[in-house]
Design a protein around this ligand. Structure first.
Ligand code: PSU
Ligand code: MN
Length: 295
């Protein structure tokens, strides 16, 4: 099977030269924001990675190929009807020729195939509220448990069961590093999260911990960076989850539904905070990757 994975020229050169490369997902482009904000957020994230001294590799499936390093104009093809690709979905989507937007787990899976170990995102998926009814645990966790990487995030989305997710991260051997914080950020909200397993205040220390963790056979390290502008939307999240339940929204559709509900009912405030934290986390991933390349 030829050309299943196609690496863009800039990314390929950076990998050959052992320079810093940061993977970015396309689910947030397609499903995380109303158009055209997804594309803008994706491009701003790429710019933040570059500003930190690394090469961005935005990942998605187009025309039967897993593409690592999409061109800016190609991001326009990641519309809401793109499939949402977790780790299990990549091969099916590529073979069947659909447009596929990668989640964190899908992005880590594709990135690992070409040796990219850093990514930036909004928040890691986790245990959805109400487990085991429904029994919904994000495949982001399975991917993080088996793939060596650093994921720079604003923690775990507070639309999830954060306590259960934190316990599962420990079970899976995934270190949770607070970047300049002792508690895990809750995506929109900087405060109120559980204790992290370790705090780091500088990126070079994170790069050294990652290298040590990988040498010990460990896989993903989750880095949680508090959003610069913090927003307490706990009541609105309850409302959004109730609306999702009422309308029978389930499975992969829950996260996009809830994000859209919050955006619509917060006067765009969650959308702005979400956008900025994604871009800032991309920059943080770039900085960690650059430090790691210099080790
Ligand atoms: N963070 C965001 N917006 C998003 C997501 C995360 O700010 O759209 C996406 C990521 O792609 C993440 C996915 O991997 O939600 C998790 O979805 P699920 O819980 O269905 O696994
Ligand atoms: Mn799910």
């Amino acid at each position: 099977m030829q050309h299943l994975i196609q690496v863009g020229d800039e990314v390929r050169t950076a990998l050959e030269d052992e320079r810093a490369v940061v993977a970015l997902e396309t689910t947030l482009v397609a499903h995380g924001f109303p158009a055209p904000d997804g594309v803008e957020t994706g491009l701003a994230s790429e710019a933040a990675v570059r500003a930190a001294g690394a090469t961005p590799a935005t990942i998605g499936v187009l025309d039967g190929k897993i593409r690592i390093g999409l061109e800016p104009a190609e991001l326009e093809r990641f519309t809401p009807d793109a499939s949402k690709l977790g780790p299990r979905d990549l091969a099916v989507c590529a073979v069947q020729g659909a447009v596929g937007a990668t989640t964190v787990g899908g992005t880590l899976t594709a990135a690992a195939a070409v040796g990219i170990r850093f990514m930036g995102t909004g928040g890691l998926g986790g245990v959805h509220r109400g487990f085991p009814t429904p029994p919904d645990v994000s495949a982001d966790l399975g991917a993080a448990a088996r793939i060596p990487a650093v994921v720079a995030s604003s923690g775990v989305k507070s639309i999830l069961d954060v306590a259960a997710t934190t316990e599962l991260l420990e079970t899976l051997g995934i270190p949770v590093i607070g970047f300049g914080t002792d508690t895990l950020p809750l995506f929109y909200d900087a405060a109120g999260g559980p204790q992290v397993s370790a705090r780091c205040d500088d990126v070079s220390e994170i790069a050294r911990i990652a290298e040590a963790h990988w040498r010990l056979g460990g896989n993903t390290i989750l880095v949680g960076r508090p959003p610069t502008q913090s927003l307490d939307v706990a009541p609105l999240i309850e409302e959004a989850l109730a609306a999702a339940a009422r309308e029978g929204v389930a499975g992969q559709a829950v996260t996009p539904f809830v994000l859209a509900y919050l955006h619509d009912h917060s006067d765009g405030e969650t959308r702005r905070v979400n956008r900025d934290l994604i871009v800032d986390n991309a920059g943080l991933a770039g900085a960690i990757a650059a430090e790691h390349a210099a080790l």
